[in-house]
Design a protein. Sequence first.
Length: 80
Amino acid sequence: MSFDLSRLEYDRPIEEIEGEFEAALALVDQVEAGKLTRDAALEELVRRGGTPQTARKFLRHTLDQGKLDAERARTGMIAD
């Protein structure tokens, strides 16, 4: 299972790539719910084949984006 998008193999089925991405997002959901620490999620992403740098960037971006989306929803700033 490869997480590092810089090593993305184009001959892999899109379903496989989607599954890996969904699994990574599920880890983010667990961190946001307080069921998993950020460090544990980072370790899991690296165990799945990501580089530490890419895994940190992914977690930072997705967790920060989630906070931003929540704040926008709270203040009514999200337009559909």
